[in-house]
Design a protein around this ligand. Structure first.
Ligand code: NAD
Length: 416
């Protein structure tokens, strides 16, 4: 079965909400395209002496409401259409949580698990140099995404700062704390997923305590979500990485599972009480809350009819294909869409950037309280639209996000 093209999927999502928005069709047409897309080729001397060229992209979808903001992904499947879709989703996400950012995204086609640290550093520095004319604290700010992390952000900050001749911490967020990173940024996305679920759980009469949770992916978003759900008293019964997952119907020992993953770089049944499960079967487990937190296009028209959860909280970007979305609605499964559920990451990235620009350091309590306030307000806003317009949560989130960007576009007018 062929995967849905993510950019076409992103365009279709605008088409779905167009009838609900009181804006000129011309403005929506503008929003269907990125402002700019840059493709670069990064030659790198590998450890064995050979030369390899890596293709990379940086796409600014929109900067109408503020500087463009978005992660950088390293993965073999990265391509321009995926980056364009991810950049567009960043625009809507920042608007849904009402922070003054536009959307951007970057990607380099490479496979970090098969590369040395030295090779990753060289790719990162060359890529940063190539995209340097576009990025900066006032124009386009990067952050971690799949297979990039605080160390990669540190290399980007260093390369950009060397080009400028002075330190520019605000060009990236998700940096190490020692370089101006914010407390609470690393766990922000996963923590935000829990906050969003807690807010809708009241409405669904779903108790988090004892709820069965299934998480696909155990990196920054999946691992942290699992940890926060487990601390909130839920039973995380399955979790996976790219090679497959672990399952225990009584609940996994999450701290031990994640500790083992970070020590041995894989999930192991010898270290925790669990059986092995494939990523495919994991998605179809009977549970209360399913958190896809790995890659896009995981819930498809093919597997959606077999999902047995009450709630899907999209930690990943674009995990549900549009046809699958309709099936989930028909089955009565409540979906917390990506542009709302995983917005905790961009929210605390915004806090980090604000601290960098003002040369301030906030406390963990400051960050946590503000994150909680922004996430719960956004969930309440989207639920209100969903209730009043009688539309699913995804459509409601798009009405809010696209609507805010469209209004801002109308106010600014066209240049020249
Ligand atoms: P990460 O690199 O930290 O983790 C990715 C995880 O996915 C790893 O556990 C990896 O083993 C697993 N994985 C890779 N391929 C897989 C496959 N085919 N099947 C199952 N698992 C697979 O990345 P992350 O930052 O946690 O990002 C995960 C998702 O969350 C992405 O869709 C990303 O765009 C989205 N997201 C991330 C952030 C953030 O702050 N990092 C914010 C919002 C959204």
């Amino acid at each position: 079965m062929t995967e849905v093209n993510p950019y076409k999927m992103a365009i279709k999502q605008i088409d779905v909400v167009a009838p609900y928005l009181d804006v000129d069709e011309g403005i929506l047409e503008k929003l269907r395209y990125p402002r700019r897309e840059l493709t670069v080729h990064c030659p790198v001397k590998m450890d064995d002496g050979s030369l390899k060229v890596f293709k990379g992209y940086r796409v600014t979808h929109n900067d109408t409401r503020g500087p463009a903001k978005g992660g950088l992904r390293y993965h073999p499947s990265v391509d321009l259409d995926e980056v364009k879709a991810l950049a567009m989703w960043m625009t809507w996400k920042a608007a849904v949580v009402n922070i003054p950012y536009g959307g951007a995204k970057g990607g380099v086609k490479c496979n970090p698990p098969e590369m040395s640290q030295a090779e990753l550093e060289k790719v990162t520095r060359r890529f940063t140099w190539e995209i340097a004319p576009l990025i900066g604290p006032e124009s386009d700010i990067l952050a971690p995404d799949v297979y990039t992390n605080p160390q990669v952000m540190a290399w980007i900050m260093d390369t950009y700062s060397m080009l400028k001749g002075y330190s520019v911490p605000g060009v990236v967020t998700g940096k190490p704390l020692e370089l101006g990173g914010s407390v609470g940024r690393f766990e922000a996305t996963g923590k935000g997923v829990l906050i969003a679920v807690q807010k809708v759980a009241e409405h669904l009469k779903l108790s988090i305590k004892g709820a069965r949770v299934v998480v696909q992916g155990c990196g920054n978003v999946g691992g942290t979500s699992a940890r926060y759900f487990s601390r909130a008293g839920a039973r995380v019964i399955a979790i996976s990485d790219s090679k497959g997952g672990l399952y225990n119907s009584q609940g996994l020992d999450i701290e031990r599972t994640l500790d083992c993953k970070s020590r041995y770089k894989c999930l192991m049944t010898e270290k925790v009480e669990a059986e092995v499960i494939s990523n495919k079967d994991l998605l179809e487990l009977e549970c209360d809350i399913l958190v896809p937190a790995a890659l896009g296009n995981q819930i498809t028209a093919e597997n959606a009819p077999r999902l047995k959860c009450r709630l899907v909280a999209e930690g990943a970007n674009g995990p549900t294909e549009p046809e699958a979305d309709e099936i989930l609605v028909d089955k009565g499964i409540f979906v917390l869409p990506d542009i709302l559920a995983n917005a905790g990451g961009v929210t605390v990235s915004y806090f980090e950037w604000v601290q960098n620009l003002q040369e301030l350091l906030w406390t963990e309590e400051d960050v946590s309280d503000r994150l909680h306030k922004i996430m719960t307000t956004a969930v309440a806003d989207v639920m209100k639209i969903s209730r009043e317009r009688k539309v699913p949560m995804r459509t409601a989130a798009y009405i809010l996000g696209v609507g805010r960007v469209a209004k801002a576009t109308q106010l600014r007018g066209l240049y020249p």
